[in-house]
Design a protein around this ligand. Structure first.
Ligand code: C5P
Length: 242
C-alpha cells in the first residue's frame, strides 16, 4: 500500500492538439460527444479523485477556441489549458512539460501522459499504474499483451505471420519523471509516437503494467459507437448500484 506522502504526487499532461482526421467526424475527435459529454471531459474525469493528483495540463493547438468553453461548462479542478500544441504529439507533450515547469513542478516529479481519445480509462487502472511505477526507477506504461495473431502486409496481402509472443500494445497513461521524460523527448527522433519509445531511445526500459482492452484509443468513427455503448453500460451499472 502506497502511503500518502509527497512522493505520491503526480501531474497529468493530456496532448490534445491533433486533428483527429482518422475519426472522420468533421471536428477534432476530443470534442465528439459521448453520452452528451465531450470525449476529453471523460478522459480528464477519470483522474479526478485519484489521490495525489496535482496541477495538470491539457495542451491544445494555438488556434483552438473550443477547450476553454468546454472547461467552463464542465469545470475540471487541477487542470489548466495551454494553447501551445505543436506539429507532433511529442512536441505537444514537450510543450505540456514546459507549462508544468513554468508552474514550479520539479524535475523529479511524476508525470502521467494520457491520450484524450482514451476516454474509458478508469481510476482503478490509474491506481494500478501508480502502484507499479511509484517505486520504479524508470516508470512505465499501461499496456496489453497482444491478443490476436499478427500479420505483416505487402500490397494488401499477407507477407508473413509474426511471432506474437512477448508483444504488447502500448496504451496510456505513460508515467515518467518530468525531467527524464523531457530530455528523452528532446533527443528522440521524429518517429516516436509515444513517450515510452523516447525513453527506450535513451537506453531505458519502461515497465509494462497489464491493462484492459476497454482502454482503447478512439481512432475511427466506429470506435465512437463502442465507447458510447461502454459508457452507457457504466452509467446504468452506477444507477443500479445506488
Ligand atoms: O493521432 P493520435 O491518435 O496518435 O494522437 C494521440 C494524441 O496526441 C491525441 O490526443 C492527439 O490530440 C495528440 N496530438 C497532439 N499534437 C499533435 C498530434 C497529436 O497533441 N500534433
Amino acid at each position: 500500500m502506497v502511503t500518502d506522502t509527497p512522493d505520491r504526487r503526480f501531474h497529468v499532461v493530456i496532448p490534445c492538439a491533433g486533428s483527429g482526421s482518422r475519426a472522420n467526424i468533421g471536428a477534432p475527435k476530443q470534442y465528439a460527444l459521448l453520452n452528451g459529454i465531450p470525449m476529453v471531459v471523460h478522459a480528464v474525469r477519470s483522474f479526478q479523485g485519484v489521490r495525489g493528483l496535482s496541477q495538470s495540463v491539457l495542451v491544445v493547438a494555438p488556434d483552438d477556441s473550443a477547450m476553454v468553453d468546454v472547461f467552463k461548462q464542465w469545470p475540471q479542478p487541477k487542470f489548466f489549458v495551454s494553447h501551445t500544441g505543436g506539429a507532433t504529439r511529442a512536441q505537444s507533450v514537450l510543450a505540456g512539460l514546459n507549462a508544468l515547469k513554468a508552474k514550479g513542478v520539479g524535475p523529479d516529479e511524476w508525470v502521467l501522459v494520457h491520450d484524450a481519445a482514451r476516454c474509458l480509462l478508469t481510476p482503478q487502472l490509474i491506481e494500478k499504474l501508480l502502484l507499479a511505477c511509484l517505486v520504479d526507477k524508470v516508470g512505465g506504461l499501461l499496456a496489453l499483451p497482444l491478443p490476436d495473431t499478427l500479420k505483416s502486409e505487402s500490397n494488401g496481402r499477407v507477407d508473413i505471420t509474426l511471432d506474437r509472443s512477448g508483444k504488447w500494445l502500448a496504451q496510456t497513461p505513460q508515467m515518467f519523471r518530468l525531467e527524464m521524460l523531457f530530455q528523452a523527448l528532446m533527443s528522440a527522433d521524429e518517429s516516436v509516437t509515444d513517450e515510452a519509445s523516447a525513453m527506450e531511445m535513451s537506453g531505458l526500459s519502461p515497465l509494462l503494467v497489464p491493462s484492459a482492452a476497454f482502454n482503447f484509443k478512439v481512432t475511427y468513427a466506429e470506435d465512437l459507437q463502442m465507447a458510447q455503448a461502454i459508457l452507457a453500460d457504466r452509467s446504468v451499472s452506477t444507477v443500479l448500484a445506488t
